[in-house]
Ligand binder design. Structure first.
Ligand code: OAD
Length: 246
């Protein structure tokens, strides 16, 4: 039996699964990841564009980058991999998804228990007072400093994502950690596991006696510790699970 078949078999009988996803989960929906050949960080330097420094020191560039990121989401839909995970949750096997993705596609696919530890591109808030604002505010082109989107308190309205130099949302992270510490298995999908603290979750799962499964196109630092490593595309591997008679 190959790794893919073993994984499918395990997913049919797992009782408390936690899934950790990264950008590779959404490439089959048409979104680029960060570190592959066509990844976003191959063309842009994250510290220059996606950081608190960028927001405050180079706001025109910052807002252009996030307008571009929001534009990438237009017309993008969950893929069969997202749908398969939502189905596993409905079946009571999947406890939660911990995602580094900011695209909202897990929720759009019908998953309910989703911890977005890097925030969400589908939300906007004031950088100063934290008030929520419609994300459409960030779609307007900003060509001069006087056009920067501002809250009624005067603060800048910024995307609801975690920027370089910021802490992760405490609530989502602590729930994610608690879930990983109590799962039977952690399934890691489409992440290079280069960014912490997300990258420390597989170790945490192993230390608490969970099994580790990986679906990724390229090797990850945790492959050697995983019970099952499927080298392949997330939607291609998971999609057939939810098709009838398979
Ligand atoms: P990366 O781009 O670092 O890694 C994506 C991984 O997914 C790579 O190992 C790819 O080989 C793999 N991959 C691509 N397409 C796939 C597919 N269809 N099926 C399976 N695997 C596939 O993206 P992340 O690990 O998500 O953070 O990056 C982590 C964080 O770095 C992001 O959340 C973002 C970024 O800086 C912030 O912006 C805070």
């Amino acid at each position: 039996m190959d790794a893919k078949d073993r994984l499918i078999q395990e997913l049919r009988r797992v009782e408390r699964l936690v899934v950790l996803t990264g950008a590779g989960m959404s490439t089959e929906s048409g979104l680029p990841d960060f570190r592959s050949k066509d990844g976003l960080w191959r063309k842009h330097r994250p510290e220059e564009l996606a950081s608190v420094d960028a927001l405050l020191q180079r706001p025109l560039l910052f807002y252009e980058f996030y307008r571009y990121r929001l534009g990438l989401l237009d017309g993008v839909a969950p893929n069969p991999g997202h749908l398969a995970l939502a189905e596993l949750e409905r079946q009571g096997k999947l406890h939660c998804i911990v995602t580094q993705n900011v695209d909202g596609l897990h929720t759009q696919a019908g998953s309910r228990n989703v911890y977005e530890i890097h925030g969400s591109l589908r939300q906007a808030r004031c950088h100063t007072c934290g008030r929520s604002h419609p994300v459409e505010t960030l779609r307007k082109p900003v060509t001069s400093l006087s056009e920067l989107p501002r809250c009624r308190c005067g603060g800048l309205i910024r995307p609801g994502v975690v920027l370089f130099g910021e802490m992760l949302p405490e609530d989502a992270l602590s729930r994610a950690i608690a879930a990983v510490e109590t799962c039977d298995a952690l399934l890691v999908i489409g992440t290079s596991l280069q960014v912490y603290p997300a990258a420390s979750l597989p170790r945490l799962a192993l230390d608490h006696g969970a099994r580790l499964w990986v679906i990724n196109l390229t090797p990850t630092p945790y492959d050697a510790f995983a019970d099952i490593v499927v080298t392949g595309k997330a939607a291609e591997v998971l999609g057939p699970m939810t098709r009838p008679h398979e």
